[in-house]
Design a protein around this ligand. Sequence first.
Ligand code: COA
Length: 191
Amino acid sequence: MPGVLELSDESVMLRAPRKSDLDTVCDYWYRSPRTFLTQMGVDAKKLPSEDEFRGKFVRDSEQLIPDAQRESCTLIIEYRGVLIGYHKLSHILYGQHGIFHAHIMKSEYRNKGVGGFTYPRALRVYFDRFNLMKVIFKTPAQNVGPNRIKEKMGLKSLRQEKTDYPLHPDGMIVNIYEIYREQLDTLLKSK
Ligand SMILES: CC(C)(COP(=O)(O)OP(=O)(O)OC[C@H]1O[C@@H](n2cnc3c(N)ncnc32)[C@H](O)[C@@H]1OP(=O)(O)O)[C@@H](O)C(=O)NCCC(=O)NCCS
């Protein structure tokens, strides 16, 4: 069980996914307690089959799709060489925007500052790699952690709406946040 984490650019790495990450990622999605997924704001019934998920993850990890045509991009989070979570940008429109996601898969690494540390760094990678104007967050209103992270990043919910995100339960309320490149630059300078 890790105690206080020492978060730095040496101890925390964001890297491309590998096939060897797949079992951990699948355990998170397909073998976590249902109540965990519900609290996060995911309807387990809407997950693709595990085989479908595995196929997509492998295609993503092969990095064969040119960035201008990519729909999504995963960045694995490692702490001192241990795979602890990942960020993902989905619904990518190259040169425009994408939707940001975060999963600290290992529960013992949650609520220890990892998200606060990696959100801005992963956003930097996505802005640069996909030449984005902005990144969008559709954050389940009932999920305290990810809303708190946006607040700590100085972002305010622009509005609440009924979700249209495929994995969310029908009718769930999400907070919509957006961050622009200049805002991220300012945020990273202040760190
Ligand atoms: C949400 C998540 C990415 C946040 O990352 P994290 O590393 O746990 O968050 P941090 O430790 O950086 O916390 C940042 C702030 O949020 C707060 N926070 C984090 N998780 C919280 C929770 N479950 N309940 C209340 N506050 C929480 C922290 O206390 C901290 O605020 P503080 O500095 O004022 O104390 C992570 O907890 C996670 O992956 N959870 C499960 C999956 C999930 O919910 N993903 C988001 C889907 S939208």
